[in-house]
Design a binder for this molecule. Sequence first.
Ligand SMILES: Nc1ncnc2c1ncn2[C@@H]1O[C@H](COP(=O)(O)OP(=O)(O)O)[C@@H](O)[C@H]1O
Ligand SMILES: Nc1ccn([C@@H]2O[C@H](COP(=O)(O)O)[C@@H](O)[C@H]2O)c(=O)n1
Length: 228
Amino acid sequence: MSTPSFVIGIAGGTGAGKTTISRLVTRNVEDAVTRIPLDNYYVDRSDLTFERRRELNYDHPDAFEWDLLHTHLETLVSGQPIEMPQYDFETHDRTSERVRVEPTEVIVLEGILALYDADIRGLLDLKVYVETDADVRILRRIRRDVGDRGRDLDGVIDQYLSTVKPMHERFIEPSKRHADLIIPEGANSVAVDLLAGKLRMEIEDSGDGDRDTEATSIESPIGGDGSS
Ligand SMILES: Nc1ncnc2c1ncn2[C@@H]1O[C@H](COP(=O)(O)OP(=O)(O)O)[C@@H](O)[C@H]1O
Ligand SMILES: Nc1ccn([C@@H]2O[C@H](COP(=O)(O)O)[C@@H](O)[C@H]2O)c(=O)n1
């Protein structure tokens, strides 16, 4: 167990490539990095029926349990483990499972509103915003939500128009002004390599260096095999 020396927040719209980037920048240093998906801090709505949960606005800041996230980040930064909640997108609810997370040299908080809350921002050493065009993001989201999150096309489109897009414009996009670094076009390989280098430096400075690296290669911007 170690005491974290560096905390990064990675924000950006749905489908921007936040998860992909956080995986790419940490892939050679996994043992020294703790990834905290903001999604795990959606408010527990097991008091509601599935039908009711399905209709909630998951892109408004009120959908998240900020106090719990703040406490957990502070706990990790102080060198103590947390019991992280887990989220199930198919049931729209927190699961009963908790995962014990030990503190590591670097913490990566990743989610649509990772730069929204002032108290959370106060814990971040580096604030990153991933900026990807809305058309690319919705295409990625359709593929992911239908393929992995148990949704159908009409549902994804209705949700996008009723809550995802308006909340993006109201809360997510404006949070970009807090960023130290804006990464254009998702998993931009130059930016990913720079960020990965910064992480390695932080880890080496905290005494756990000497890890292998490999160059980043980026596929087609909406995934798949990239063929047309
Ligand atoms: N640069 C990229 N090139 C191709 N596909 C990508 C790229 N970035 C993300 N994707 C794909 O788009 C989908 C959404 O990406 P993800 O990283 O989960 O976005 P976010 O976490 O911002 O919602 C995933 O299926 C992922 O594989
Ligand atoms: N029950 C839920 C909870 C969240 N969402 C959507 O997830 C998006 C955030 O995750 P990303 O990986 O895309 O950043 C957000 O836009 C919510 O609309 C959901 O659909 N259902």
